[in-house]
Each structure stands twice: as C-alpha cells, then as structure tokens.
Design a protein around this ligand. Structure first.
Ligand code: MSP
Length: 472
C-alpha cells in the first residue's frame, strides 16, 4: 500500500510581502513534498493566505481599500513568489474563499453543540500585531516584544470562549507519547512544560472586529482570526476532495506560532472528535547580519531578490545548507555568496562541467536507462534518513561528501592523461555518480537536477553555460 503524506505551511498574512521567513517554510514543504512524491507516496501539499482579522482590515484601510479588494490584490503576490521559487503546491487556500468560510461556520457550530463554547466577559491587552490577547508575562516594558511599535490596546467585551482547559490532560498525554509529535525535541519539552502550568480557556470571537467570519448563532460577533486560520488545514481537504489525506502528517511552522499549532489546534479537533495532526515541526528564526529582520531596518530579504542573485535553485539550496532546520540562524548576502561560489559554482557546477567535457572529448555515450530513485538507499548513505527527519542540512552534507570524493577520484585518476579506451570505464562510472547526486538533489534543486540528468543521457555534450556562474 502506498503511504500518504499531507504537508502544510502556515497561511501567510496578506498585509506583509513575502520575505525570506515565509520562503523558508514554503521551500521546506516543497522539498518534502517532492521527496515523498519521488518515493511514490500519495502527497498533498497545501499553502495559502490568512486574510481576516484586525491586522488585515487595518492594512486595507491604510491603502484606502475595502478589505476584500485589498486581499484580492495582495494575495497573488504570494502565489507569484512561490511560482518563482518553483514551489509545486497542490492547492492555495485563501481564508476569504466562501467555501472555507462556510466550513469554518459548520465547524464552530459543531464545537458549540458539543458544549465546548460559552459566553463570557473578556478584559485584557490585545496586540493587533500578534492578533491575540497578551498576558502580563508576555509584556516587556508594557509592550509586546514582537511588536514594540504597536502598543497593546485594552479590550473588554463579551466574547465566546473555547474550553481549552478541558483538553489539558489529553494534550499532555498525546504530546508526551508523540501521538501528536512536536518537534524538534526541545520544542516538545517547552510545550509540555507550558501545558503542565495549566491551560486557560481562550476567547474565540470578537465583537469589535467586523472583518471576519460571523459566528453562526450570533452574527454580531466574528470568529477569532486564529480559529478561522487554523481550520484551513481541515477545510482544504473538504474543498478539494482530499479527505483521504486527513489527519495532516506534518504542519511546518515557525517557532513563534507553535503554541497555536500544537495546543489550540489539536484541542479544536479533539473537541469535535476529529483526528489531531500527526506532527508539528517548528523551525527557527532568521536574523540578517545579526539583526532582527524588519521593514524599518530595511534589511528584509525578499524571495525575488534571492532568485535574482542566485537563481531559483541557488536560492532554494542556500536556505537549507548551513542552518539546522529547527534552530535560529544568521544569514547575510556575503555568506550566501560565499556558499554559492564554493558549493554550487565550484564544487557541483565545476564537477559537472569537467566530467561532461571529458566524456565529450572521449565520445562517451551514457545509457539512458531510467534509474529508479535508489541513491537514497545506496551511495548517499543517510540522505533519506536525514530528509525524513527534516535534517535538510545533513542531507546536503551527504551530497557534498559524495561530490568531494568524486572530485578526489578525478584528481587521482587523471582521466585527461589517458587514452580513450583506458578512460571510458572510469568516465562512465563518474557520470553515473554525478547522475546519482542529481537524482538525490531533485527535491532541493529540481531544475538543476533535470539539467544534469539530461547532460548525461545518451551522447554527452558539455553545457555551453556553466550551471552556476561564479558571482564576484
Ligand atoms: N497567519 C499566521 C499563520 C496562520 S497558520 C494557520 C502567521 N502568518 S505570518 O505571515 O506572520 O508568518 C508566517 C510564518 O513566517 C511563521 O511560520 C513565522 O515563523 C515565519 N517567519 C516570519 N519571520 C521569520 C523569520 N525572520 N525567520 C524565519 N521564519 C519567520 O503567523
């Protein structure tokens, strides 16, 4: 029987433009989706945009647009950026899709009918940046540490509450046993530690925010944007007839939104008797040259800039080669450039060029047999295992090691100094090795992989242009 693999990215707020943070999660999901497709798994990859709530309504107002027009104008920016990066998502969900809105209403009604929603009074400090109420312990100098330039506002209103506290024990048990796997392990411990301090119920409706989905039994209130947004993972399976993919196998998220995904989201599902997600993996945060990325500092790196400088595959590679996926990491244009030149221009690009040239000079013909996706289990050692565990950097390390040993063999063998007859077996073997590397690289660098496989199929011809021109 084939395995199934349902992977998601967070849905991105439309009030921001796509940046390297969004790109990171989305390319990671794409690498995994491509990897699973190659393994023959039935794969569903979902991404999209988060379009309701006070933050988006405010941004629309600033642009003198009604919120829907604003969303319709800005949501395609994400789709465009993902196309540029060669992201092969299956569906792109927008939370303003009428089908999603209707399904969210049906879902909240089910939670209400099960008795997990009640009306109460809420008083607190609300951060529009985070779209959530903050507790005293969240504040630093009375401000939200993530949005110090947006003072939290006091809000007091009659809201509907979700009985999150009712799921405390079940969540501790399920997360503890990895039935809901929270990864990497440090994050699991963090979440378990927080859960053990006790869970409070949360407000899941807003009387003051009109840009949202109305509560079906009380149209004066709208559904809290996070409750609406988290449900995208579920509603998408209904909208596009992908129910067989439920429950999600992997939600990729940034560490800042792990609580929502590993606690609130599973509780919402458990409340109505739906299966919770199997795994939530939180990646780290990028800083740029040691600084937090921010519009005001002007250091935001966009996917367009990355692709312009390093090409689609270069950009995809550079995001995953140095920083372990679960950890924070610092990036800079300088570091990207160095890495690009050493790994892609010099090592991979040069080796391909060199072997191709030698093959061409010696009229080598490489059999065009379809090689099954086996390098994972043979030459490339732990590659498959590393990818399965989301250790992208270690998987790439295996490839680098293989490339280095191939380069060493060429130096040692000196094929340029030998006769055609003597050199043919060596060159054929080398070409097969570089093809194996190309197979393995498919999820990371699909276009490059295809190019290499083409060069070494049939009569070898040296590419006119290097795969990765050096950047000075
Ligand atoms: N709309 C919510 C998610 C709802 S999912 C049901 C949201 N959107 S977001 O656009 O603000 O952020 C999306 C993702 O980008 C998060 O996973 C966040 O961690 C990630 N990043 C934002 N800045 C980042 C970095 N500087 N580095 C790495 N990822 C970061 O939250």
């Amino acid at each position: 029987m084939k395995n199934k693999f349902y992977v998601t990215t967070p849905i991105y707020y439309v009030n921001d433009v796509p940046h390297i943070g969004h790109t990171y999660t989305t390319v990671a999901a794409d690498i995994l989706a491509r990897f699973h497709r190659l393994l023959g798994d039935k794969t569903f990859f979902l991404t999209g945009t988060d379009e309701h709530g006070a933050k988006v309504a405010e941004a629309a107002k600033e642009h003198k647009k009604d919120p829907q027009t604003y969303c319709d104008e800005v949501a395609p920016r994400f789709e465009k950026a993902w196309k540029l990066l060669n992201i092969e998502f299956d569906h792109f969900i927008r939370t303003t899709m009428p089908e999603h809105e209707k399904l969210v209403q049906d879902f909240i009604q089910r939670v209400y009918d099960k008795g997990y929603i009640y009306k109460g009074n809420y008083e607190g400090l609300y951060c529009v940046g985070c779209e959530k109420f903050l507790t005293e312990s969240d504040l630093v100098d009375g401000k939200c540490p993530l949005h110090p330039n947006k003072l939290p506002v006091k809000q007091s209103e009659q809201n509907y509450f979700f009985k999150l506290s009712a799921f405390e024990k079940e969540l501790i048990e399920k997360i503890g046993k990895d039935e809901i796997k929270v990864a990497p392990p440090e994050r699991k411990n963090e979440i378990l530690g927080k859960l053990k301090l006790g869970l409070s119920d949360i407000s899941i409706s807003r009387a003051e925010v009109s840009w949202g989905i109305p509560i079906p039994w009380d149209k004066k209130q709208t559904i809290y944007v996070w409750f609406d947004a988290l449900l995208n993972y579920y509603t998408a399976t209904k909208i596009w007839n992908k129910e067989e993919f439920w429950a999600a196998d992997l939600h990729l998220v940034g560490k800042d939104i792990l609580w929502f995904h590993s606690v609130i989201w599973p509780a919402m599902l458990l409340a109505v008797g739906e299966k919770p997600p199997k795994e939530i993996f939180a990646h780290g945060y990028f800083t740029i040259n040691g600084q937090k990325m921010s519009k005001s500092l002007g250091n935001v790196i966009s996917p367009e800039e990355l692709v312009e400088k390093f090409g689609t595959d270069g950009a995809r590679y550079l995001l995953f080669t140095d920083i372990p996926f679960g950890l924070d990491g610092d990036v800079s244009w300088e570091k990207f450039k160095e890495r690009y030149n050493s790994d892609l221009a010099n090592s991979l690009g040069n080796t391909v060029q060199r072997i191709a040239k030698l093959c061409e000079q010696n009229d080598i013909i490489i059999e065009n047999k379809i090689t099954p996706y086996t390098p994972f289990s043979s030459e490339l050692g732990g590659f498959k295992n590393h990818l399965e565990n989301l250790h992208f950097e270690l998987a790439l390390e295996e490839i680098k090691k293989d490339l280095k040993s191939l380069e060493g063999e060429i130096e040692q063998n000196k094929p340029w100094s030998k006769s055609k007859n003597d050199v043919t077996p060596f060159l054929k073997k080398s070409a097969q090795k570089i093809k194996n590397i190309a197979y393995a690289l498919q999820p990371f660098m699909p276009q490059t992989s295809e190019k290499i496989l083409k060069i070494f199929s049939g009569k070898v011809k040296t590419p006119e242009k290097p795969l990765f021109p050096r950047i000075v």
